[in-house]
Design a protein around this ligand. Structure first.
Ligand code: G6P
Length: 615
């Protein structure tokens, strides 16, 4: 959470920083700020509650000159979103400015100590304690800024990606990280730092990903120097990124979320490319091939994830158990890491994360690694922390997902899990050749079927959404493979429309949620013609007997559900196990249109962040 960006070069920093903040706004957007050092060495900070656009307005009358600067877009942890708690923060003398993403866990102790030494605090943030500490150490020990940062970070418990500047130093920018991401961009005589590569890519594709406890010292006209907190010099490989600017823009759609929903046929084709051979007779996933013995002999798989990725994990459980007959447990990373779990050295842990930066998932896989388990990552962001901290893995390859509510990353996670399960099943001989080939062929046509759904249902779902825009509650039901889809459908609606929604396995309805059903209650039920069809029809009857309003996702040409449901949305038929790849699409569209009708900020819903780098 929180986006940080910094620039030093031969151009004016402010426009580059503000553009960078817009690209990082998905990480947090409750306040924003910028610090600049001009050519006279004056250090100024401008910050305000609200969006990056509010900052731009605020800065209109200000002197924003300077060829070095740092900027921040905040997702509040300590202290409410207001002008004072916004970053950057000054030190006591106002000679230093700092931006921070992460949490300084021992800030209260540090703050108390600094206050005893005459330091005054303006904000309620943990961050202010760090910049005050840096200044205190700098003065006490009479050291330069870099040494002061090193010594201060040595006293910090917690997670951080920071950038610091000093008054009178228009040629010096210092940044550091631990557990929060930080990328250094290297241009021609100009340097960038950012939480991810999106603010950098417009200027250079050459980047270095800093490792934990590393500090980068950027000096004008010199090569950046990387040292650890303990002052060991490091050499890091320069990576050439392949993201295009186009991928970061809306491409004619009103929102990133809609663009990303509509991109899914292409993103799934990209995700499959080179992994399912042209004759559809083989899955080639190098992450599995390189470790096939381990997968062939594994006794248990543990899937770790949060949010939407956790829903993908639930579907992964069904896939691995059905195809490979391997027992699977799916855990919220945040629960797993704190409950003293039993982890065996011969377990395989699959960590699923779009961002590859989710703090709880990172910590949970570290625990699994310590216990000797083999960890496989399914990430979207190339070079992300989880991708780098796992033994093997597969990228989802869907390009940057900007909308805070995950859509295309989810379907690609499902696709990767399906390809993994098929590949392992083939190794283990747990599927007949005939079924294996049939499933592969079906996977191959899933993008076409999604295209069909998008083209034929978007308008009708838009109309349908108008009927339900003012509902206060929703229930989502599904069975078998479609139960996690119901959870995901409910989450999507909650996230972007702020309507309360619950997902349940359809059969569980009678153990509680049925009490909520009346003529006001919309119930979205996935009732495709699969192994659970008859049972789901009975559930619909139970709802109709209580006057509930049923919106059913059905298979194309269905007549039975159509006769009893209030509204139906058709999807093409597929194998039961791939149903989620199709049934999730109308639910994404439904939540999108309801949120638009309610005039919600679809891409940046309140209180949420795309990348949750705090626990
Ligand atoms: C946040 C996002 C969700 C996401 C979850 C897990 O809550 O808003 O969309 O599903 O984090 O993120 P990850 O990057 O690990 O998949």
């Amino acid at each position: 959470m929180c986006g940080i960006v910094g620039y030093m070069g031969n151009r004016e920093a402010y426009p580059i920083l503000v553009k960078g903040l817009h690209r990082l706004e998905y990480r947090g957007y409750d306040s924003a700020g910028v610090a600049l050092v001009n050519s006279n060495g004056d250090l100024s900070i401008y910050k305000t509650k609200g969006r990056v656009s509010d900052l731009e307005e605020f800065c209109q009358s200000k002197d924003t000159t300077g060829m070095i600067g740092i900027a921040h877009t905040r997702w509040a942890t300590h202290g409410e979103p207001n002008n004072v708690n916004a970053h950057p923060h000054y030190s006591e003398s106002e000679n230093l400015a700092l931006i921070h993403n992460g949490i300084i866990e021992n800030y209260a102790v540090l703050k108390a100590r600094l206050m005893q030494n005459g330091y005054h605090f303006k904000s309620n943030t943990d961050t202010e304690a760090l910049i005050q500490l840096i200044e205190y150490i700098k003065k006490q020990n009479k050291v330069d800024l870099c040494t002061a940062v090193q010594l201060a970070l040595g006293q910090v418990v917690g997670a951080y990606a920071i950038a610091v500047m000093e008054k009178g130093q228009p040629d010096l920018l210092i940044a550091a990280r631990k557990s929060s991401p930080l990328v250094l961009g290297i241009g021609d005589d100009e340097f960038f730092i950012a939480s991810d590569a999106s603010p950098i890519i417009e200027y250079t594709n050459k980047v270095i990903y800093l490792e934990d406890e590393e500090i980068v010292i950027v000096k004008r006209n010199l090569q950046p120097k990387i040292v650890t907190i303990g002052n060991v010099e490091k050499t890091r490989e320069i990576i050439e990124l392949e993201i295009s600017l186009n991928e970061l823009e809306k491409g004619g759609y009103d929102h990133f979320m809609l663009k990303e929903i509509f991109e899914q046929p292409r993103t799934l084709r990209d995700c499959m490319r080179g992994r399912i051979d042209v004759s559809c007779s083989q899955v080639v996933l190098s992450g599995i091939i390189d470790h096939k013995e381990r997968f062939r002999n594994v006794k248990r798989i543990i899937i770790l994830a949060c949010g939407t990725s956790w829903h993908a994990g639930l579907i992964g459980e069904y896939l691995f158990e059905e195809f490979c007959r391997i027992p699977v447990e799916v855990e919220y990373s945040s629960e797993f890491r704190y409950r003293n779990p039993v982890i065996n050295p011969d377990d395989i842990v699959i960590a699923i994360s779009q961002s590859g930066e989710t703090a709880d998932t990172l910590a949970a896989i570290e625990q699994a690694r310590q216990a000797g388990a083999f960890v496989y990552g399914i990430c979207n962001v190339v070079g992300s922390s989880i991708a780098r901290n796992t033994h093997s893995g597969s990228y989802t390859h869907v390009g940057p997902e900007i909308g805070v509510a995950s859509t295309k990353a989810f379907t690609a996670q499902l696709l990767v899990l399906a390809m993994m399960a098929l590949s392992v099943a083939h190794e283990k001989n747990t599927l007949t050749e005939e079924r294996y080939l049939r499933l592969l062929n079906e996977l191959n046509v899933i993008p076409d079927k999604i295209e069909w759904i998008l083209n034929t249902t978007n308008d009708s779902i838009n109309n349908l959404s108008k009927i339900f825009t003012y509902a206060h509650n929703f229930i989502y039901l599904g069975r078998g493979y479609n139960y996690p889809v119901a959870l995901e459908g409910a989450l999507k609606l909650k996230e972007i429309s702020y309507i309360h929604a619950e997902g349940y396995p359809a059969a569980e309805m009678k153990h509680g949620p049925i009490a909520l059903i009346d003529s006001e209650m919309p119930i979205v039920i996935i009732a495709t013609d699969n192994g659970m069809y008859e049972k789901v029809i009975s559930n619909i009857q139970e709802i109709k007997a209580r006057n509930g309003r049923v919106i059913a996702v059905v298979s194309e040409h269905d007549t039975v559900v159509k006769a009893i449901a209030d509204y139906v949305i058709e999807v093409p038929a597929t194998e039961d196990c791939f149903d989620p790849l199709l049934t999730t699409i109308p639910l994404q569209l439904l939540s999108y249109h309801i949120a638009v009708n309610k005039k919600r900020d679809v891409d940046m819903p309140r209180n949420l962040a795309k990348s949750v780098t705090v626990e």
